[in-house]
Design a protein around this ligand. Sequence first.
Ligand code: FAD
Ligand code: NAD
Ligand code: FES
Length: 307
Amino acid sequence: MNQLATSMFSIVEAWFLAPDIKLLKIQAPLIARKRKAGQFVIVRVHEHGERIPLTIADADPGLGTITIIVQGIGKTTRQVNLLNAGDALLDVVGPLGNPSDIRLFGSVAVIGGGVGTAIAYPTAVALKEVGNFVISIVGARSKELVIMEEEMRATSDELFVVTDDGSYGRQGLVTDMLRELIEAGRSIDHVLAIGPIPMMQAVAEVTRPHKIATTVSLNPIMVDGTGMCGGCRVLVGNESRFACVEGPEFNAHAVDFRMLAQRNRLYRSQEQAALKKFENWLQYALDPTPCCQLEKEHPEIGPRSHT
Ligand code: FAD
Ligand code: NAD
Ligand code: FES
């Protein structure tokens, strides 16, 4: 890590909220002062690392810190999740993207699926602050994957937790809970849904027949985050939009989710290969026992290279 990065983007706190989901507080005073709910940063762990977008889950302008919550699903997110207090990120660019549309809608359902809950949280706070009645639905596959429950409870008028396997809260998907509320005649003027693409699409289909305005935060591949590379192109209402500068939030009823999912799969084999190589390196770094006869006989050849 270079000196500038260490002093600017050092990690002051880090802990796991759930298996593979880590919260990190990072020194980034300018971003902490400027950021608004719904915005994100693009980070790089090291000089040869890729740039990945992460939502600013919270910020403390007084302490000059921002909070990110990272699900380790590929090489770079796992690299981030290996970092601890005292380490640093090489660079953190932001705040990027448009802030969430914060208005007095009336009654708003905020839906977080898995790590999407961390992304929905700052917007839920802002929606509550302007006087909305906030009904939150937090979904996870099972109990140990439920995150931010207390934070969401503190900013919601009502909170429902659902798990796919019924190990905590009610059993079912977030859409089951939403459907139940709508069918019970609860007044819902606006829905915000953030999580896996199939979840956001399913929420859109639940609200569409009831004409409930629904916003989703899209997660396409991003590179520069400034509208230059085209990586984050999404189709909304049959028009090409760049999620980094025109989003990431869009009208769920106009989003082409199929195309988003297809584009996110474009580099899957390369992503899987990079992750496998990284996991091999990591296993060796943690347990540098020679892996083959050649290494046993020739320890001078050293550890396998890390890319
Ligand atoms: P990659 O090498 O890119 O590989 C990802 C692979 O994981 C792909 O093959 C994909 O198909 C697969 N995959 C996707 N979902 C899952 C899953 N649930 N389980 C297993 N595999 C899966 N992520 C966060 O964790 N926190 C955030 O706050 C956050 N905010 C974001 C904000 C924006 C605006 C955007 C666009 C994305 C955000 N993301 C966030 C997603 C994050 O940027 C990506 O997860 C990250 O870029 C992946 O990089 P990687 O190198 O670790 O994985
Ligand atoms: P997950 O697969 O565990 O799903 C979380 C919850 O979402 C489930 O418990 C369920 O209630 C709901 N859900 C999932 N699929 C559904 C469907 N088809 N219909 C109805 N409800 C459904 O989620 P995870 O493993 O925590 O992953 C989070 C996902 O969020 C990742 O796929 C990641 O790519 C995505 N993500 C999205 C954003 C964004 O900005 N939208 C940002 C980061 C990550
Ligand atoms: Fe490059 Fe949006 S990330 S144009």
